[in-house]
Write a protein that binds this ligand. Structure first.
Ligand code: ZN
Length: 184
């Protein structure tokens, strides 16, 4: 793999709509990809990033969130599956690949994920609050789903012209995530 930093893909890029394929094995190349994904996520000031967002259609994502104040969860998950879910909560979220758009999205309040970690070992991750939201947002990316797909029809309609401009690359892009809303 080259030393070129991974580039973020934006709304309108077909890779964001593709269903990502399972990872066959956690090889040194996969670990290198994960390292690059963390780097890209921190550079863009996001708290989560899925492989399709850097143009790689494989089932991998990374997150680094504070689940509780001072309780930081930095995780790389390979072939993640959501095995438990409960409750529901509406909060604002954003996506690094759709800069400048934030909206309230309903998510499960608590989730359990099974996956492989960056060493290829099986892990179980319990997520609440922002971690639960991040896990669900990133899993959606692996299935070609974006958070705007989960908005009400009315809310989506309001965003339509902004999204259309973005699709054609005319929209000014914020250089980095800003503000209090988590970008994932
Ligand atoms: Zn996203």
């Amino acid at each position: 793999m080259s030393d070129e930093p991974l580039k973020l893909r934006y709304y309108g890029d077909p890779v964001l709509r593709r269903k990502a394929t399972p990872v066959a094995g956690v090889t040194p190349e996969i670990r290198e990809l994960i390292r690059g994904m963390f780097e890209c996520m921190y550079r863009e000031r996001g708290v989560g990033l899925a492989a399709p967002q850097v143009g790689v259609s494989q089932r991998i994502f990374v997150v680094d969130v504070e689940e509780e104040p001072g309780e930081r969860k930095k995780l790389a998950l390979v072939n993640p599956v959501m095995t438990k879910r409960s409750g529901s909560i509406v909060e604002e979220e954003g996506c690094l690949s759709i800069p400048g758009i934030h909206a309230d999205v309903k998510r499960f309040e608590e989730v359990v994920f099974e996956a492989l970690d960056e060493e290829g070992a099986p892990v179980t991750v319990r997520g609440r609050k922002l971690l639960a939201r991040a896990l669900q947002h990133e899993l959606d990316h692996l299935d070609g789903v974006l958070f705007i797909d989960r908005l009400s029809a009315i809310r989506r309609k309001l965003l339509e012209s902004k999204l259309a401009r973005m699709r054609f690359g005319d929209e000014e892009r914020e250089a980095r995530a800003t503000g209090a809303t988590p970008s994932l």
